[in-house]
Design a protein around this ligand. Structure first.
Ligand code: AMP
Ligand code: TRP
Length: 327
């Protein structure tokens, strides 16, 4: 069985795009040999409010548990609980070239947008490589935007292995955006649903009041064509509603389109399906919120399971690179 590793940053305000595009797929691929990390160290590459970061981390953990990630089965952990990540990241920084890191398009984009940024924004891909290599991961599901970081991880693993020992790291395969839904903004359906949108009328947050969810969907922007077809290029708003309805009901979007001739009914049904999907998640979320001890225990156990694997890989890498083992 392939070992899968998936990670997400705790940025707070988890929306329908995050849920359907990133988190639900974790639940679908989970196994006794899958590792799922909330990478809080990555979030620190840009300034964070400490209380908000802590809450965003817990929010993600609760949402993942609420949607069915089973911590007795797979391994769910917080990156900063497993100090091996930061330690292997150093070895990865020593393996990566300055020029190589400078070619990362995410770094180029983000650094161009701000006047000052942390050194960690630059070295971030070395930490990401460490996240992956620590677990001997075979497969790493990521979005298209992370492809270059995955390629770099492979290059670093191959380079380290050829310098210091072929047995050090498993060279991972990216699993890029397979069938994960791409959810668009309800007000600007040619843009991805994203926290960076102006205003939140186009976004549905997993924890939104359900009345608001209904309102936002009923006010979704469509078009003047007055025909329901699944045509993302020419009718992006309608296609977005159909894809959301499709994920919520399990029926294909083209098939669903045949059933409607009015936008109004499509919106009503999509709203109803999304509310029905979110309601049990929110209920379970509130229960978990009321039981912080349980969530702590899950994370403690997850950190132990993660560390059991990560510490072996780190020890191997340290020994192979020539660091003196403790007596
Ligand atoms: P972000 O919130 O942009 O950091 O994204 C976190 C994760 O959610 C990444 O795996 C993204 O690919 C996924 N994601 C973010 N926005 C969307 C969206 N609108 N549709 C599908 N997936 C998304
Ligand atoms: N860089 C990824 C993102 O921004 C998050 C991430 C960190 C990650 N470490 C990882 C993803 C390891 C997969 C594997 O989305």
């Amino acid at each position: 069985m392939a070992r899968v590793l998936s990670c997400i940053q705790p940025t707070g305000g988890v929306h329908l795009g995050n849920l359907l595009g990133a988190l639900q797929p974790w639940v679908d691929v989970q196994s006794a040999d899958s590792f799922h990390g909330i990478v809080d160290l990555h979030a620190l590459t840009v300034p964070q409010d400490p209380a908000e970061l802590r809450e965003a981390t817990l929010e993600l953990v609760r949402i993942l548990l609420a949607i069915g990630l089973d911590p007795d089965f797979c391994t769910l952990f917080v990156q900063s609980h497993v100090s091996e990540h930061a330690e292997l990241a150093w070895l990865m920084q020593c393996t990566a070239g300055y020029g190589e890191l400078g070619r990362m398009t995410q770094f180029k984009d983000k650094s161009a947008k701000s006047e000052s940024f942390s050194a960690a924004l630059f070295t971030y891909p070395a930490l990401m490589a460490a996240d992956i290599l620590l677990y001997d991961a075979d497969q790493v599901p990521v979005g298209e935007d992370q492809r270059q970081h995955l390629e770099l991880t492979r290059d670093l693993a191959i380079r380290f292995n050829s310098r210091y020992g072929e047995d050090t790291f498993v060279v991972p395969e990216p699993v890029i955006g397979t069938v994960a839904a791409r959810v668009m903004d309800l007000q600007n359906p040619t843009n991805k649903m994203s926290k960076s949108a102006d205003g939140d009328n186009g976004l549905i947050f997993v924890l939104d009041d359900l009345k608001r969810v209904e309102k936002k969907l009923k006010r979704a922007v469509t078009d003047n064509e007055a025909t329901v077809r699944f045509a993302p290029d020419t009718q992006p708003g309608v296609a977005n509603l159909l894809s959301i309805l499709s994920v919520a009901t399990g029926e294909g979007p083209d098939k669903l389109a045949e059933r409607y001739d009015q936008y109004g009914q499509l919106k009503v049904d999509t709203a109803e399906a999304v509310v029905a999907m979110l309601e049990p998640i929110q209920t379970r979320y509130r229960e978990l919120e009321a039981d912080p001890g349980y969530v702590r225990d899950v994370l403690d156990a997850g950190a132990e399971k993660a560390r059991a694997v990560a510490s072996v890989t780190l020890a191997r890498a340290k020994e192979n690179i020539g660091l003196l083992p403790r007596a």
